[in-house]
Every structure is written in C-alpha cells, then in structure tokens.
Design a protein around this ligand. Structure first.
Ligand SMILES: [Zn+2]
Length: 166
C-alpha cells in the first residue's frame, strides 16, 4: 500500500503549486544526483527507485538525503512506486537518528525554481532528513519558523486557499 500521507510532513507545498509552471527541466547529464559515482562513498542505502546518502555540504551531523533514482524536478512527477521507495528509505534513517544522535528529526522537501542550481541547491527532487537537538543553531532556527511565525488562519485566507486547493 502506498503511503502518500508522509508528504504532510514535508514542508509547505503551497509555494510549489503556483510555481510549477516555471519549472525548467534540466538535462540529467548536468545533475550530480543522476551520477551515483559522484556520491557512492556517502551512500547509505538504495532500493529499486530511490537512494539515500549523507548530505555534503550538510547543515548538521547526520544530515541525510533521499532522492529518486530517476531525474525529476517536481513532486507531482513522481510515480506511486517512487514515492513508496522514498518513504521506505526515509523511515530507517529517521528511526536510527532518533535512537542515537537526535532527540528530534526534521524532514524537508523544498521546491524553489527561482534559485539557480549550485553546489548547495539541487533541482533533482530530494528530501532532507535532519537530526534536531536543542541548543543547535539549526534547531533554534527551525523552532523560530515552526512555532514563533505561526499566525491564526483568517476566514478570508481559508476561503481563498480552499478555492485553490480543493
Ligand atoms: Zn538528476
């Protein structure tokens, strides 16, 4: 059974949908994530459709990535099999980080076609898995955005967004 529910935890998709028309597909020959030999020493695991690896550069110790094997720059381009394969690689990393070096784990997926690809930003769809520990800068910044920035949802905004999303 495919578990699509995991995407509920992967950040805000609201900036993904209106920007989708601006996505520019690049050749997979220009993509490091399409060249497993470029990160084979950092690979954690793989299955039929996905690969997990340590991120380099990384934000915190244990920062890992899960990517589809096929070059894709859009979440809605992933097949159900690829989504399932990605989930199957995220789960063990999530469990192992929580059981060892992390009190919490953040999982991110961002779609930002307005930023050019470089040594940090990759267009190939990828999910970040980040250990989260109190006192670390990444933890403090994540808390700022996951707690301090929350505001009540107004009825006007609710209606406008439901018009778009339903
Ligand atoms: Zn790629």
């Amino acid at each position: 059974m495919v578990n699509h529910g995991i995407f509920l935890f992967y950040g805000c998709a609201c900036n993904f949908i209106p920007m989708a028309k601006y996505l520019i597909m690049m050749s997979s020959s220009e993509c490091n994530f399409c060249e497993p030999s470029s990160f084979s020493e950092r690979m954690i695991s793989s299955n039929e459709h996905a690969i997990s690896l340590l991120s380099s550069p990384r934000l915190v110790t244990g920062h890992s990535l899960v990517i589809p094997k096929r070059h894709s720059e859009s979440l809605d381009d992933l097949s159900s099999d690829e989504v399932q394969a990605i989930h199957e690689l995220i789960s063990p990393i999530y469990r192992r980080l929580l059981g060892t070096i992390a009190l919490g784990v953040d999982v991110w997926q961002k779609t930002r076609p307005s930023i050019d690809q470089d040594g940090v930003k990759m267009n190939h769809v990828h999910f970040h898995i980040l250990p989260s520990n109190p006192g670390e800068e990444a933890y403090t910044e994540a808390l700022r955005w996951s707690r301090d920035k929350f505001e009540p949802l107004s009825l006007n905004e609710q209606d406008a967004m439901l018009d778009i999303l339903t």
